[in-house]
Write a protein that binds this ligand. Structure first.
Ligand SMILES: [Zn+2]
Length: 303
């Protein structure tokens, strides 16, 4: 789940601060070369990372179902019609898994955490949005799942994927390309805005803090980091994002233990110094608060 950026915003975010070059555009989608044979495509509902090799191409995330046809058309243009052989899903949300059906039918291997497969195969009530998702067809579910870590090789790139426990959801993985120094992290990081904590499928704030801590351990100083939204981040950007989230979490635990609710936390000024940069904290605070109740013993209870 993430908020759609306008095309102007995503272009600005993509081009600001990086030496990237926009090389293709179609129906609100923007393809930007980010070094080597990697392309970042924005505007499809979530960021999509494309790797092209002589053996075919690999994607991390596939945008929303409604954007899939345009996205796959753009990818075909970018790769000279090379088949997409492997698709990673960073988590189960439809903004990331919207090309699963088309690519599954075309014979791509779909790699994800086991929980992504479980959520996509079940009716799923996302209480905080009022949306109910139906199971996707079997061909659209991941064909290769893992629980903790996975290593593979594709088109000359070593790939290391790892599970981030309960963070944005309970199905989040990162996908790391150490040779290219690229790390795709999905919605566990939300550059420039408050994160979405999807408590209806296991997301919660301390899990997200720990997920980001795991990412900081994987990233090297010169690793480029791509989240589900926004432009390319440096490790220093991720560290700054983490520091803010950690400060909010620590403040929140204190207020939670005093029996304060989400609106009282906002009124107390918990997020005041971050609102100018990250926007309206209301939904974030409500989701974070709700998620804490699922972990009340870890938080330390109400005193
Ligand atoms: Zn998401």
């Amino acid at each position: 789940m993430n908020f759609r950026l306008t095309r102007r915003d995503s272009l600005k975010a993509l081009l600001g601060g990086t030496a990237a070059l926009a090389i293709g555009q179609a129906a609100g989608l923007t393809a930007t070369k980010i070094g080597g044979d990697f392309t970042l495509i924005s505007g499809a509902g979530s960021n999509v990372l494309l790797y092209t090799s002589a053996d075919g191409s690999l994607l991390v995330d596939g945008g929303s179902p409604g954007e899939s046809a345009e996205l796959l058309k753009l990818i075909a243009e970018q790769t000279g019609n090379k088949p997409v052989k492997v698709l990673f899903n960073t988590h189960w949300h439809y903004e990331s898994t919207g090309s699963n059906e088309a690519l599954g039918k075309a014979g791509a291997k779909i790699v994800a955490h086991e929980n992504t497969k479980l959520w996509l195969g079940a009716e799923n009530d996302m209480h905080w949005t009022g949306k109910v998702f139906s199971p996707v067809p079997k061909i659209a579910r991941p064909s290769e799942t893992f629980y903790t870590t996975k290593k593979m090789e594709f088109g000359g790139q070593q790939i290391e994927a790892g599970y981030m426990l309960q963070a944005h959801t309970d199905s989040d993985i990162y996908v790391h390309f150490p040779q290219a120094k690229l790390l795709m992290v999905g919605d566990v990081v939300s550059p420039g805005r408050y994160p979405d904590l999807d408590w209806s499928t296991g997301g919660w704030i301390t899990g997200m803090v720990e997920g980001q801590r795991a990412l900081l351990a994987v990233a090297k100083d010169d690793t480029r980091i791509v989240a589900g939204t926004g432009g390319v981040m440096t490790k220093a950007d991720l560290q700054a994002h983490f520091d803010k989230l950690l400060a909010i979490r620590d403040g929140m635990v204190k207020l939670f233990r005093q029996g304060k609710g989400a609106d009282e936390m906002q009124a107390d000024g918990l997020t005041k110094e971050y609102d100018a940069q990250w926007g309206d904290p209301k939904q974030f605070l409500h989701n974070a608060y709700h998620g804490m109740w699922g972990h009340v013993r870890e938080v330390g209870g109400i005193v």
